[in-house]
Design a protein around this ligand. Structure first.
Ligand code: GFB
Length: 318
């Protein structure tokens, strides 16, 4: 592979969203890079929705690199139930950070989006070029539009001001420190919580939302953090880059895998078609990142087993 484009050694790196699942993994992954400082303020120290606070903080702390891993996130129900928060908070967070980064002459910024930016019926696997070629999935169009605006902000500051701002679009992420709340979480933590509860209660199965037929691609958050650091070091360009695992699975099969990991072999999965399915399929075309030399390394089964064990050891006492 060609020499690294941008070294993080000796840099002051600001991880926005450092207390979230992705931010924590990024902070951990940055450790061997020899950064001068990793700046990771929590919400109590810096409210990213507050433009004046973000500008002040950025001027006072002068990072060299900004990683925008902060966002209001949630599963299909949370997206559908709170469109105002998902649109407003995400627009404010990214606009505040990207604008302030430009104002302070930051050397490099990485913006994190989501695979839901693509049209509901995009070709599979989804190439980066599918962006803005068709209507979005209605349950998460608020979040998707905010994330599309973030990509465009990075492109606009690059075009107009020559800023080295890049965007990465990860697929559905999972791992330790995820949100396991049954109503607001994504599918994988929700299924882990249900399967562990069933195993603890000596039950043989779980109920899932929707028909179980949608297919999703899952990437372990450590793989995602590794890809983000890889992109910071090796990529500079206007186009966003997909970050995926390369394989997808039906929700029904996923439920079987989670049940097995929780210790329920050949368990029963009850579907609930009154709850939404969302996008039928969302498999990323990861060939652009693969051509640069990066591939995911944590198999889904191993990642699920690890996350089940993490949840068992870290869930709040009831
Ligand atoms: O992960 P998830 O909430 O979001 O749901 P999306 C994925 C699929 O799993 C849907 C089904 O078909 C759900 O109906 N599912 C089955 C469940 N059981 C459950 C359950 O107990 N909880 C949940 N949450 N789902 C999100 C977007 O879409 O993906 C976000 O809404 C973001 O904006 C994220 O982009 C990555 O994959 O459908």
């Amino acid at each position: 592979m060609a020499a690294t484009l941008y070294s993080l050694k000796g840099k002051r790196v600001f991880v926005a969203g450092a207390r979230g699942m992705v931010g924590r993994a990024v902070v951990e992954r940055l450790e061997p890079e020899g950064c001068a400082a990793i700046l990771a303020p929590g919400r109590d120290a810096l409210d990213l929705v507050d433009q004046a606070a973000v500008s002040r903080w950025m001027a006072a702390n002068r990072p060299d690199v900004v990683i925008v891993a902060a966002a209001r996130v949630g599963g299909i129900h949370a997206n559908d139930a709170w469109p105002a928060e998902f649109l407003y908070d995400n627009l404010m967070i990214e606009a505040n950070l990207i604008h302030a980064a430009h104002g302070e002459g930051i050397e490099k910024l990485l913006f994190l989006g989501s695979s839901c930016i693509y049209p509901k019926f995009a070709p599979q696997p989804i190439p980066e070029a599918a962006l803005l070629t068709g209507p979005l999935e209605s349950t998460n169009e608020w979040y998707a539009i905010a994330k599309i605006a973030g990509i465009k902000l990075c492109q606009a500051y690059r075009r107009q001001h020559g800023a080295d701002f890049i965007s990465a679009m990860p697929t559905n992420l999972y791992g330790p420190h995820d949100n396991f709340d049954p109503e607001t979480s994504h599918v994988l933590p929700a299924l882990i919580r249900k399967a562990v509860a069933a195993a603890d209660a000596g039950e043989r199965g779980i109920a899932i939302w929707g028909t179980g037929t949608p297919r999703r691609e899952f990437l372990h958050v450590r793989d995602c953090a590794d890809a983000l650091v890889f992109l910071l070091k090796n990529y500079s360009g206007e186009a966003h880059v997909n970050v995926g695992a390369g394989e997808d699975v039906s929700i029904l099969d996923l439920a079987g895998m989670v049940l097995g990991a929780a210790g329920i072999v050949d368990g029963e999965v009850r579907t609930d078609p009154t709850r939404p399915d969302g996008t039928p399929r969302k498999l990323m075309d990861g060939s652009k990142l693969a051509a640069m030399g990066w591939r995911a390394s944590i198999p889904l089964r191993d990642g699920i087993a690890e996350t089940v064990a993490w949840y068992r050891g870290n869930r709040p006492a009831t």
